[in-house]
Design a protein around this ligand. Structure first.
Ligand code: BGC
Length: 760
């Protein structure tokens, strides 16, 4: 009862604002002004265009249509007819451009550069003929691990592998190669990087993430963004990146894609927001919105998330694009709108700029009606259109709308493939190596087996040549399967394949060791949903059969996420987590097994031990306090673990001071790492902090910094980390206020620990 008057007042206030007015913060006009850049030529052009555009033309700019709607035959989707060549159907395109003035298209499959070139040239030329104000189309593509939708392109490992390298050169290399291979064919809007966190392996998009640490996702995602958006070698073109999927998309309660997320606001602000804050600070041009709901609010209809947080708090000035069909889903799936028109109004009022509709133009009709009914103001439309035009102008699309075909020799070069190979090598995590089983030496006969031993598709994983692609014939001839790569690397030995489990025992006769390749074939989005995180029983049985031969078993997991292998783990001699390592992945795996490469990957997530214990490294203290009742370890292997063929000792952890007295004060921590083995290696040093006593519960440890360096045998190398209260010691409360409290902090690195104090 006591709450009633407040609710009545709030309701009255809501009614008193027209839906297109801002409830707080800046007015639309001031917001638009605040987003202007210093480039007066760009701003003048935006104003000039807006003053000439019709309402229909403006709405067209806010609409994005899938390429299946403008090609002669649809080549899109799982199970598509693979003989189809993407060609513009001018009749279909004509209608979309003349009547609806569509400003953006997306997607495709891996076509040759020549086909893509012709397609984009036809599309853009037609558009420029039809477009009254000559506004170029911006084309968006999911090039997520290298140019995965370009035949002959260089395919990198997925993001989860990139994270396991703990080497910041790799996100930059991947961005550079992607830009170089696709800019000329008009793919100037790239739907990457993913800033979601890999906090639950139940989620089928785990592999698209840069691991479970917000710090690491923020760091590597920003490096990728800056490298992609500022690559000068692709001149005269420039590319816009897109931060996906804003925000907290990756931690749904059930683990299944696009199902509800229920998290405290404190957790949202502490874990899921920082990577997107970093994306905005890196200057990302666009953000793609989370298709799911958070605490009951579908994100596409959430003013709190899309305006209060994204615009007012993060100060994002670029384009907010919906994800696939997500306005429609507001009424069809979320049931917060009675029909598509109401859903459209909700999404626009929440803060959406562009609708990936993606099959129909109903969005355009609804928008027109909503403006005519006075429910959306033209000023509100202008705000979104200004953002979209600004993105087009900033990447130089008006000056260079057409593709070029004189630099295709840049695609799939040996230099690019070498960069993908190096990334794959450093991403492999040697989780176990009993009695130095690896590297394998003096091998006369090696048995290779397992469900993915002689396949290419699992190396690429989802979003490779197609959305989901299990057709082995589509992968390049030159690409090696793990079995083929082992044959190549062990050319002096007999490398025998047991294609079925039934063959293992007989074929193991006389073998010195068995390599079992288990894991997951490729999937994407909802098709990655599983109801059991264990490695499938038939695969575990296959591994057990190999173990039963008494030969040393090397288990290699080619998988988009960790699947539980606890039952067989201790019976294997060695285990490598290979993630989805890309087209050069098999070569990298064979090189590590042979010892040509010294492994240096570390887990960017906690590898689970049991299905009901999915705890990341930065879990809360009480999540393990009951350990006496639950005898199992927190994880089978921990975040940051990964073996090498050499050994390292950490020593002399020192702090430049033991007390910090101001927000901007600094302590420099240094540690010496010595290579005590007899091989050169690369060691990633990971620094963790723990806030010993705080007003809110704090994680047992949080990654705050990492750095990877080469160390020669016998050499000692210093690593350092500069700790700053304003950067490393605060946390957000449930209202997103910064909390910075005096007291002790534990710093840990390798097996060493020390403390320091904040005393302001
Ligand atoms: C995915 C996005 C992707 C978009 C366009 C959606 O279903 O969630 O990650 O960018 O499709 O392909």
């Amino acid at each position: 009862m006591r709450k009633l008057p407040v609710l009545v007042i709030l309701f009255a206030l809501m009614l008193s604002c027209t839906p297109s007015e801002k409830k707080d913060g800046l007015s639309i006009r001031d917001l638009r002004k605040s987003e202007q850049t210093e480039n007066t030529a760009i701003e003048q052009k935006i104003d000039e265009l807006l003053s000439q555009m019709t309402l229909e033309e403006k709405i067209g700019q806010m609409t994005q249509i899938n390429n299946s709607q403008i090609v002669t035959e649809s080549s899109w989707g799982a199970g598509a007819d693979l003989s189809i060549v993407t060609k513009v159907d001018t009749a279909k395109l004509g209608n979309l451009l003349r009547k609806y003035h569509i400003g953006s298209f997306l997607n495709g499959i891996a076509e040759t550069p020549e086909v893509w070139y012709q397609f984009y040239k036809d599309l853009q030329e037609y558009n420029l003929q039809v477009s009254r104000l000559k506004i170029p189309i911006i084309y968006g593509v999911d090039q997520m691990h290298g140019p995965n939708y370009l035949a002959g392109g260089t395919i990198f490992p997925h993001a989860i592998n990139t994270a396991c390298t703990f080497n910041n050169e790799f996100p930059a290399n991947m961005a550079h190669v992607t830009a170089n291979e696709v800019a000329d064919i008009g793919h100037l809007w790239i739907f990457a990087p993913v800033f979601d966190l890999g906090r639950t392996p139940l989620w089928g998009r785990f592999y698209e993430t840069l691991g479970e640490s917000p710090y690491q996702a923020a760091t590597m995602g920003s490096i990728f963004t800056k490298a992609l958006q500022s690559d000068t070698t692709i001149a005269p073109y420039k590319i816009a990146a897109s931060a996906k999927h804003f925000f907290a998309y990756s931690d749904p309660k059930s683990g299944w894609d696009r199902t509800p997320t229920d998290l405290s606001t404190q957790t949202l602000y502490e874990l899921h927001l920082p990577p997107f804050r970093a994306a905005v600070e890196a200057g990302i041009e666009s953000v793609m919105i989370n298709s799911g709901e958070i605490n009951g609010e579908p994100v596409h209809a959430s003013y709190w998330i899309l305006t209060d947080i994204l615009r007012n708090e993060l100060k994002f000035k670029g384009v907010a694009v919906t994800d696939w069909e997500d306005i429609i889903r507001l009424y069809r799936n979320h049931r917060v709108a009675a029909d598509e028109r109401e859903a459209t109004l909700m999404a626009i009022n929440a803060g959406i700029d562009m609708a990936m509709t993606p099959y129909t133009t109903d969005f355009c009709e609804h928008m027109l009606a909503l403006v005519r009914e006075g429910k959306i103001s033209e000023e509100r439309i202008d705000l979104s259109v200004a953002r979209i035009l600004r993105m087009k102008l900033k990447i130089g699309l008006f000056e260079n709308p057409l593709p070029r075909n004189d630099r295709f020799d840049r695609i799939g070069t040996s230099e690019h493939k070498q960069l993908a190979l190096e990334a794959a090598r450093e991403s492999l995590v040697l989780m176990r190596n009993e009695n130095n089983t690896l590297p394998l030496t003096n091998i006369k006969k090696l048995l290779v087996t397992g469900p993915v031993a002689n396949l290419k598709a699992p190396l690429g994983g989802g979003w490779t040549l197609r959305w989901i692609n299990h057709d082995e014939s589509l992968y390049p001839q030159s690409m090696l399967t793990p079995f083929e790569a082992l044959q190549k690397e062990f050319s002096e030995s007999a490398i025998v394949l047991a294609e079925t489990e039934a063959d293992v025992k007989a074929k193991a006769q006389g073998a010195d060791a068995i390599v079992v390749l288990a894991g997951e074939n490729s999937y994407a989005e909802g098709f990655g949903s599983i109801d059991d995180i264990n490695l499938p029983a038939e695969q575990t049985k296959w591994i057990q059969t190999a173990i039963s031969t008494g030969k040393p078993v090397i288990l290699v997991l080619i998988s988009g996420r960790p699947r539980i292998i606890t039952d067989v783990y201790e019976k294997t001699s060695a285990v490598i987590f290979a993630g989805w390592p890309g087209f050069e992945g098999a070569q990298a795996i064979a090189e590590v097994i042979k010892g040509k490469i010294n492994p240096s990957g570390k887990l960017a997530f906690n590898y689970p031990y049991k299905p009901n214990r999915l705890l990341p490294h930065n879990h809360k203290p009480t999540e393990v306090l009951l350990a006496h009742e639950i005898p199992n370890p927190v994880a089978l292997a921990h975040f940051g673990e990964g073996l090498s063929y050499t050994t390292y000792t950490y020593s002399s952890l020192t702090l430049s001071d033991s007390i910090l007295r101001a927000d901007e004060a600094e302590i420099k921590a240094t540690v010496t790492v010595t290579n005590t083995g007899n091989r050169e290696g690369k060691e990633a040093v990971l620094w963790f902090l723990f806030d010993e006593v705080a007003s809110l519960t704090r994680p047992v440890r949080e990654l705050k910094f990492y750095e990877k360096k080469s160390i020669r045998p016998g050499e000692s190398v210093q690593y350092s980390f500069t700790i700053k209260p304003s950067e490393h010691l605060w946390f957000p409360d449930k209202d997103n206020n910064r909390v910075l409290e005096n007291g002790y902090f534990t710093l840990s690195v390798g097996n060493l620990k020390t403390r320091f104090r904040l005393e302001k």
